[in-house]
Design a protein around this ligand. Structure first.
Ligand code: FMN
Length: 166
């Protein structure tokens, strides 16, 4: 999925992320709190998600406030990752300038040794985020251009749904 965030000044940026789960907590994704997206969400905890399935001509858009999961759930997400992904995340340097790829290799190697010696090690900045949707829109593309757009909006009384002009 594509996650769009905005910084404290309102400037947007977007990147592709794994959707970890959709649960009563929200639409969940995980990253380093020190990354650009982590800093954006700390300053402005509101985001948008976009999904596109080309063979189905289907798009889903979601917007809403973002909350951090409990430390226990963040740790469980971190520990569910493979050793390589944990080693990388342990460095906690996502989105920082990298002067030399050899430095990255060396630091990942050191991280792998740390993980081997302590398999329960959790990166302190690793964060599971939940986006709590306040709007969800489904778009079904049609070969004859009779596209369908269906928007759901959260209200205090529950979800309302509304067709939109394509
Ligand atoms: C298919 C795919 C899946 C990705 N999944 C994640 C993810 O789950 N978490 C993450 O932090 N970065 C993920 N990335 C990397 C991000 O796109 C991005 O490069 C990185 O998180 C830094 O983003 P930022 O500088 O905007 O914070 C993924 C990239 C691709 C192409």
């Amino acid at each position: 999925m594509t996650l769009a965030t905005a910084d404290a000044g309102g400037d947007p940026t977007a990147r592709v992320l794994i959707l970890k789960d959709v649960s009563p907590e929200g639409w969940e994704f995980a990253s380093d709190e020190g990354s650009v997206k982590g800093r954006d969400l700390a300053a402005r905890p509101y985001a948008a998600l976009t999904f596109y399935w080309s063979p189905l001509a289907r798009q889903v858009r979601v917007r809403g406030p973002v909350v951090r999961a409990t430390p226990e759930r963040c740790a469980a997400d971190f520990l569910s990752r493979g050793a390589g992904a944990r080693a990388e995340a342990l460095l906690g340097r996502q989105s920082m300038p990298l002067a030399d790829p050899a430095e990255w290799d060396a630091q990942v190697e050191t991280s792998l040794v740390r993980i081997k010696n302590d398999p329960d090690l959790v990166a302190p900045g690793w964060t599971l985020y939940s986006l709590r949707p306040d709007s969800v829109e489904f778009r079904q593309g049609d070969k004859e251009r009779r596209h369908t757009r269906l928007a759901y909006l959260a209200t205090p009384e529950g979800w309302t749904k509304q067709l939109l002009w394509p």
